[in-house]
Structures are given as C-alpha cells and as structure tokens.
Ligand binder design. Structure first.
Ligand code: ASP
Ligand code: MG
Length: 420
C-alpha cells in the first residue's frame, strides 16, 4: 500500500467527461488499497479566461484581487471531481488551499509555498477518504488572503503536498506520456526517457520544455520526492496501480541521478523561442561598465540570460550582447535608454528572431568535447552561433530562428538520440 499524490493538468480536466476519466484513474488507485490525494488544475483555458477578465476590468489592478479571481478555476474542478467520485460510490471531499492550509508568502500572483499543514488531510486520507485539492493556490497567513503560485503552479502544489504527506510518489498526469529527448513535433524519432535526473529536468523545465513548472522540480529535488510524468489519456483500466518498488514501467520518473544506471552523455535537447537578443554598441572597456548595464536591468526585475562581451580592438570600446525574454524586450530597451548617459554607449540593436538551443545531460560532467562536437555539427550545416552559455550539465547556443528545427534535428542525431 502506498501514499500517492495524483495531479491532473488542465487538458485532463477540460470538461466533465474528462473529469470522469480522471475519476477512473483515481478509482484504480483506491481499489488497489492506496491512499490518495488528488491535485487538480483549472479546466484548460479557464485560467487564461480569468486573467483576461481581470485585465479587462483594469490593466492596473490589486494583485490580491487578481488572486481572488484566478484561484477560482481550481475550485470548480476540485468540486466537480469530488462530486463525480462520490457518484461512483467513493468517499471524497474537495479542499481549497486555505482549508488545508497551504501557507504561502505574500507575493500575490507568484507566491511561494512556505508550509503545508496537512495533518487533518492526512488523517482523512488514512481513514480512506480521497482528498481532492485545488492546485495553484494557498493562503497568506498574516492577511488571511488567497494567494496563487504563478502560472503552471499546480505542479508545485502537488509536489509540496506529496512532501507533506510523505507520499511514495507524486504522479503528474498530463497530455503527453512522459518527458522526451526533444519535442516529438520537431523530431519524429524523439524518444520517451524512462528516467531523468532532477538536475536535467530543472534545465529542461527552465529551457522551455513545458511539462513541469520549474519550481516543482526544485522542490522535488530538495526533498528527493520522486515525480512521475504520465498521460491521463491512456485508458484508466489499462494501467497498473502504483506498487512500491515497481514505479518505472510507464511514464518518465524524475529522480536522483544515482537511480539512473545507463546514463547518456546528452539526454535531451531543448529549445526556447521566446528569447530576444540585445547588443549595446561601443561601451567603454573598463571596470564598472557591466555593473552599470546590468544593475538597472536587475532593478527592473528583468532576467538576463546569455551575456557576451567582445574584446576591445582599440583597447577603448567594445560591444556587449545579451539575451532577455522576448516579452521583456520593450522594457529592456526603455531601461537602457533611461540609463544611456550613465552607461555611455553609441547605440542599441535588438532582435527577437532568435532561438536558444540547449543540449542537456549530467554525463557532460565527466565527458570532454561535447561542446566542440556541437559547434562543429552546427557549422557543417551553415548555422551561425550568436551567443553561447554553459553550465556543468548544459550547453546553450543562440541562433537565428530560421534554423531552429534544423539545429534540433542535427543535434538529436549527433548525440545518438535517434537510435531506437
Ligand atoms: N491553472 C493554473 C494555470 O493555468 C495553474 C496550473 O494549471 O498549473 O496556470
Ligand atoms: Mg502545467
């Protein structure tokens, strides 16, 4: 018997019929004797609709009221799933964030979970009741107000609840049957990874693979909670219930790297289209310049990713190139304009027609030459690299958007990921 947290995303609860399908997945686990807490997202599209109503009401709005509105999507699905489970003769009740409670920080709209006080809920599930919990939301205890965790936050709700309940596994049900070596829509030979390490998943999540919210992976890594990515679109009857010790047969298990026996050098290739490149022309090449550029950007909460500084051919001035999220480009340009006299530069050039392609693998720690291979393969296809950044387990290059698919395919083949 296991304690299982099952999380279902928006497409899995898109309508009442899909919610019935979710209930069958839950029923399977309960009938196998497992103790179950379910975390649900809003019906697909619901949160977008709520956000757009808030913006329509006023572009400048109280973040606490934004949370009051957008948290309702999950309340609907939690109640509906509890009703459907009850109609199948199962014991179930819905829980909102404040009822558990899930305690968060006061950063409305992107609050962090500080604590999950799950004693009451734990007692109920151990007594045989199914807990259906709203994802995405919690309560800020000082003001007693509802908070939300940022878009995609239900994944984080699920992992936090799994940690609080000492669950054996946190199963994240979605519309894909696992994490792939790359986007299967681009590379038809992309393969499902049976296992992926927390570190790799963190890189993949933050690099644009939208399967899990980055914060949920961070939380899972800190608490060593095993997370599986599974599809809710396979028949509920055709799936085996969770059995401790036999969790690796389906989906993708996100786990500790020493639980992965056959480690590839590169395990996945990610791409992010929402990057923009900014080049500041002719800044002085002397101490303090980078601080004068990136200080005001940091103050404006603009996240800078890749940074390249050229050498100064004349020993006096140089160019500085960096990337930001494309959505942040207009604000970035404003900040740079306002700081122009302080920074001291000739001009700024920007382009959003770029993509960032990244190869990821913990095997890189012990293998030399992964980057060199990558640069050679790209150059043989005539693909120009605009910027490079690396970490211990990742190499990212910025290239022209037109070459994105070619680059992903080339690298997928290069690192042996095409092989059956
Ligand atoms: N419903 C929220 C969103 O769309 C949270 C989630 O689905 O994870 O962002
Ligand atoms: Mg999601």
């Amino acid at each position: 018997m296991a304690v299982v947290v099952m999380k279902f995303g928006g497409t899995s609860v898109a309508n009442v019929e899909r919610i019935r399908n979710v209930a069958l997945h839950v029923k399977r686990e309960v009938e196998a004797g497992n103790k179950v807490a379910v975390v649900v997202s809003a019906m697909s599209g619901a949160t977008n609709q709520l956000v757009s109503w808030v913006r329509e009401a006023s572009l400048l709005h109280d973040a606490r009221e934004y949370d009051a509105v957008v948290a309702t999507g999950e309340q609907v699905t939690a109640g509906l799933l509890a009703i459907v489970l009850q109609s199948m003769g199962l014991q179930a009740r819905s829980w909102q964030g404040w009822q558990i409670p899930i305690i968060t920080s006061g950063a409305h709209g992107s609050a962090r979970i500080l604590d999950v006080k799950a004693d009451d809920l734990a007692a109920r599930i151990h007594g045989g009741e199914i807990a259906v919990v709203t994802g995405f939301q919690g309560i800020e205890p000082d003001s007693g107000r509802i908070s939300t965790l940022g878009r995609g936050g239900s994944d984080t709700s699920a992992v936090a609840l799994a940690v609080a309940l000492h669950a054996d596994v946190c199963d994240i049900y979605t519309d894909v049957d696992g994490v792939y070596t790359t986007d299967p829509r681009i590379v038809s030979k992309a393969k499902r990874l049976p296992k992926v390490s927390y570190e790799e998943m963190l890189e993949m999540a933050s690099l644009g693979s939208k399967v899990l919210q980055t914060r949920s992976v961070e939380l899972a890594m800190v608490y060593r909670m095993r997370v599986r990515v599974l599809s809710s679109f396979v028949s509920p009857e055709g799936m085996e219930p969770v059995r401790i010790g036999e969790l690796e047969n389906i989906g993708t298990m996100v786990c500790d790297e020493d639980q992965i026996v056959e480690q590839q050098v590169v395990s996945g290739i990610a791409y992010a289209k929402d990057e923009a490149k900014v080049t500041i022309l002719k800044v002085e090449d002397k101490p303090g310049v980078a601080a004068r550029i990136f200080g005001p950007l940091a103050d404006a909460s603009i996240n800078v990713d890749m940074i390249v500084q050229n050498v100064a051919p004349d020993g006096k001035s140089t160019d500085m190139t960096f990337t930001v999220q494309a959505a942040e480009l207009p604000r970035t340009l404003e900040v740079l304009k306002a700081a122009k006299s302080d920074i001291g530069y000739f001009d700024v050039k920007a382009s959003a027609d770029v993509v960032k392609i990244s190869v990821i693998g913990i095997g890189m720690r012990s293998h030399a030459g992964v980057a060199a291979q990558m640069f050679k393969a790209l150059s043989e296809k005539g693909i120009n690299i605009l910027a490079i950044s690396t970490s211990e387990i990742k190499i990212s290059v910025l290239i022209d958007a037109a070459y994105a698919e070619l680059a992903v395919r080339t690298l997928h083949t290069l690192y042996g990921l095409d092989a059956a």
